[in-house]
Design a protein around this ligand. Sequence first.
Ligand code: M6P
Ligand code: ZN
Length: 195
Amino acid sequence: MTTQQPFTFFLNQFEARIEGVEPLVRRLSSLRGQFLDQSAFDAILAQGDPMLYKVYAVDRPGVDGELSSGLTILHPGKVGDEYFMTKGHFHAVLETGEVYYCLGGRGMMVMETPEGDWHVAEMTPGAVVYVPPRWAHRSVNVSIAEDLVFFWVYPANAGHDYGAIERQGFRKLIVAQEGAPAIVDNPRWLPPAQR
Ligand code: M6P
Ligand code: ZN
């Protein structure tokens, strides 16, 4: 029985990175079909493929008891009226939660259960957002020009299930209305009984 050894890593809060970790980069093209305004999406892509976010992950072996953690930097921007966001996912092991600790910027965490219950939590520096088991989650940057920076930790064997979200998105979208973020219904979203 090998005993995992304790370790320390350094999260550089001011440069928003984790020393010695290469980030996963997600560009706009990897969220094709996720934004409501498809023509605005295509118009941006015609000019280039902007980086939406970077994920510095300190992943651990996917065995019981291990915890993965890391830092995500989500850039500000919009596709039409909709703010830049992460893909969003359920965990492959549905009954696993996640803790998010916001270090900078201003955002919202959109969450929902497989039954269609929903919740949106504010993300501001110092906020710790608890995502319970069974809740899908997506981070949205609602700032005009500031990166949304947050630390997260979750069970290393949780995995990511993107399928349900890719098929119809979240029940609620975050869009700019008169210059302020608003929670609106997603016209693509269907209740479980109608899928
Ligand atoms: C957080 C964590 C990561 C996740 C990342 C990007 O940083 O939950 O596990 O990968 O968000 O979110 P997504 O995987 O939905 O693109
Ligand atoms: Zn997660």
